[in-house]
Write a protein that binds this ligand. Structure first.
Ligand code: SAM
Length: 233
């Protein structure tokens, strides 16, 4: 297991991404509402709105620093199928789906236990113009992941610490060799997900990435990045 720290300068990257002018966007900001820039502005607006709502209502979400990192990971790994366990209102899903849209391929299956949150997330993906890339499934991720039939290239775990281990083991048979598995809150929630962290760190190439965050519920946290099928060093 390796550890690395990511600096707060990611906030600058966040500002750029919110403007829809990060390096990956590749387009000019010219054009009306139907243009590529207009579509990116729409996503950025919904992300900014959800960022505010989640902070005000204490709906736990990844926040911009980890959102930027998730986007980078999607951009570099170009997954065909992404599974997220724990949708909430769709904040992290928007960061993921926007990159899939920019890549012009791939889709996100995101699972949420709370039916009202799942409904709101669907609306948010719709408003952001990303509904075509996302399927929100309502129910217990520990059960629903077993129903996924396609090969999964990217798994994002963010659905209560004790559920990481059962979600991961239920989906193991569907994970492509080399698939990236990202587990949120590996800092703040390390004790609660010890079974999961022990499993992936002992079996696979796994790295703990630390983030300085600025959320009402925490200032420093980590995500565990695991490459499925690759041996632990
Ligand atoms: C931390 S929030 C997810 C945040 C979201 N990934 C984001 O960053 O915007 C955790 C969510 O997991 C959901 N959840 C809890 N247990 C679950 C389960 N067994 N299956 C699916 N979702 C679950 C909760 O209702 C909550 O909305």
């Amino acid at each position: 297991m390796k550890k690395r720290t990511r600096s707060a300068c990611l906030l600058a990257a966040f500002a750029l991404v919110l403007c829809g002018c990060d390096a990956g966007a590749g387009g000019s900001t010219e054009g009306g509402p139907g243009s590529k820039a207009g579509a990116e502005d729409k996503v950025a607006q919904v992300i900014a709105e959800l960022d505010r709502i989640c902070r005000e209502q204490t709906v736990y979400m990844v926040g911009p620093e980890k959102g930027v990192r998730l986007a980078e990971l999607i951009r570099s790994s170009e997954p065909a199928v992404v599974v997220e366990c724990g949708t909430a209102l769709g904040y992290s899903g928007l960061w993921i789906a926007r990159e899939l849209e920019k890549l012009g391929k791939g889709r996100l299956i995101t699972i949420e236990l709370d039916a009202d949150r799942a409904r709101q997330a669907r609306e948010n993906f719709e408003r952001a113009g990303l509904a075509g890339r996302v399927e929100v499934r309502t129910g217990d991720a520990r059960e629903l992941v077993s129903k996924i039939e396609e090969e999964v290239d990217f798994l994002f775990l963010d659905c209560n610490y004790a559920n990481y281990h059962p979600c991961f083991t239920a989906l193991e048979g569907r994970l492509r060799d080399g698939a990236l598995v990202v587990a949120d809150n590996a800092g703040l929630g390390a004790a609660g997900m010890k079974d999961y962290l022990d499993l992936v760190r002992s079996r696979y190439k796994s790295e703990t990435e630390w983030f300085d965050i600025d959320l009402p519920w925490g200032k420093r946290d980590a995500m565990e990045l695991t490459v499925f099928g690759r041996k632990a060093e």
